[in-house]
Design a protein around this ligand. Structure first.
Ligand SMILES: [Zn+2]
Length: 170
């Protein structure tokens, strides 16, 4: 660690202490050249990576949004909200453990598929068949929402957009 006062690269650690939780290490240092003292802190750099979409846009990982997409895929399936939340937690932990600053959205989609496969085969097939045609998880959930928002009785038999039944089967 370079001395902040004179720029000399030789500094000595005179004291090392961990905080109570053990996640921050505080070091007292002394510059060998100018004898000034300073403190450095060492902590784990664990941040959620940004999600990079296929169009190049970056977005923050959104736990609630991802849980929403998975709930849509699992609609009317015998899977508890707790199980879905736990799956999203695992996806989040997995993304965190990659230690990357950026992760392509395809990676998130892949993790979602893996979790859905474990949770419910029907939901997995629903998601897999629809997801392939969309750029990412966000777009998938937008399309599903749009389809679900459309009132059934106003839906003509010749609509150009795919109906919910077309997307999911029945
Ligand atoms: Zn110095």
């Amino acid at each position: 660690m370079k001395c902040p006062f004179c720029g000399d690269p030789n500094t000595q650690v005179t004291d090392t202490r961990e905080n109570e939780d053990g996640d921050v290490v505080r070091r007292r240092r002394r510059c060998v050249k100018c004898d000034k003292r300073f403190t450095t802190y060492e902590r784990i750099d664990l941040k959620m990576p940004h999600i990079v979409k296929r169009n190049g846009n970056r977005s923050e990982f959104d736990h609630a949004k991802l849980a929403g997409s998975m709930k849509l895929a699992l609609r009317k399936r015998p899977v508890t909200m707790e199980a879905i939340e736990a799956a999203v937690d695992r996806i989040e932990a997995k993304l965190l453990s990659l230690g990357e600053q950026e992760v392509p959205s395809e990676k998130v989609g892949e993790l979602v598929m893996k979790e859905l496969k474990k949770l419910d085969k029907v939901a997995y097939i629903r998601f897999a068949s629809v997801y392939r045609n969309f750029a990412d998880v966000d777009e998938f959930s937008e399309v599903i929402r749009e389809v679900q928002a459309r009132p059934r009785r106003n839906r003509g038999p010749q609509t150009s957009a795919p109906s919910e039944d077309d997307l999911f089967g029945n």
